[in-house]
Design a protein around this ligand. Sequence first.
Ligand code: IPM
Ligand code: MG
Length: 359
Amino acid sequence: MTRKILVLPGDGIGPEITAQASRVLAACQARGLDVEVEEAPVGGTAYDRHGTPLPESTLERARAADAVLLGAVGGPQWDSIEDISKRPEKGLLGLRKELGLFGNLRPALLYPQLAEASSLKPELVAGLDIMIVRELTGGIYFGQPRGIEERDSQRVGFNTYVYSEAEIERIGRVAFEMAQKRGKRLCSVDKANVLEVTMLWREVMERLAPEYPDVELTHMYVDNAAMQLVRAPKQFDVVVTGNMFGDILSDAAAMLTGSIGMLPSASLNESGQGMYEPCHGSAPDIAGQGLANPLATILSVAMMLRYSLGENALAERIEAAVGQVLDDGLRTADIAPQDGPYVSTVEIGDAVLAALEAS
Ligand code: IPM
Ligand code: MG
């Protein structure tokens, strides 16, 4: 059966990096992967063309797809849009919510070739392999009420941090199952010393634990987790946390691996449909200059093959091709040593394709 993949290039460096990922997909097609690939607009680019960051036609095609590959959204030219429901980020958040993509997997894996590029000492990060499981469709990102309004003649801004037991339980199960497949250690990150919503979070995680007796569950406050991530990151195997804490901690974890330009992600719903995207943003400052690192997006294709299409062997081939390119010493600017030589977005894409061909 031909499966459908929808590519959403988005804004900033999005089109450049998804172009390289699409070439990798095409190479997989040439090797017999039976998929149909189409593209649609999202984010600021969609706003400019259609007056909304998530056109109905894009959403419909995303719903019909087996998997979605997204570049990045956002840029300074759209920051002044008054109606926040029209901002590019709402395109991304709308897709997550509408497709029910509650389970966000963000692996922070250090390629040994890049140990020198990490902001931490090589011995602290050698062998680093963390999986952050971030809840993606709830928490303070989506809680109601929210807004900015006038109270007692001054403006106040407010958001609501809310999780139901059911929401906590389903992300908890994703994390426990992930831990079972990996190092069997799960650290749940909360702020249960202050916030009731995360007291409930901790309680639900504790309640689930006996169902996964082979997994060791620990808890950590988010401030401590941020510190531990930069102090001794190898203590972590799987981390599970809510939407906002996961957003913050995954950026920090990304930097440990040398560059956020290396980190893919998967966002899954209950039926295994997924959206795949690099963890980094649209980097408008370097857009259009061939400086962007497409490897996170290419590795997101590998995650797509693994989690939505059941093509593990092909996924491993792509990951090996990326490893090969790094072994060969090729670096984009973000992972190159200071003042060291670097190659362009397309050149590193060429090299991944060549390594894939040779494999
Ligand atoms: C991410 C991004 C998004 C988020 C933004 C672009 C809305 O930072 O995927 O981590 O906060 O979730
Ligand atoms: Mg983020």
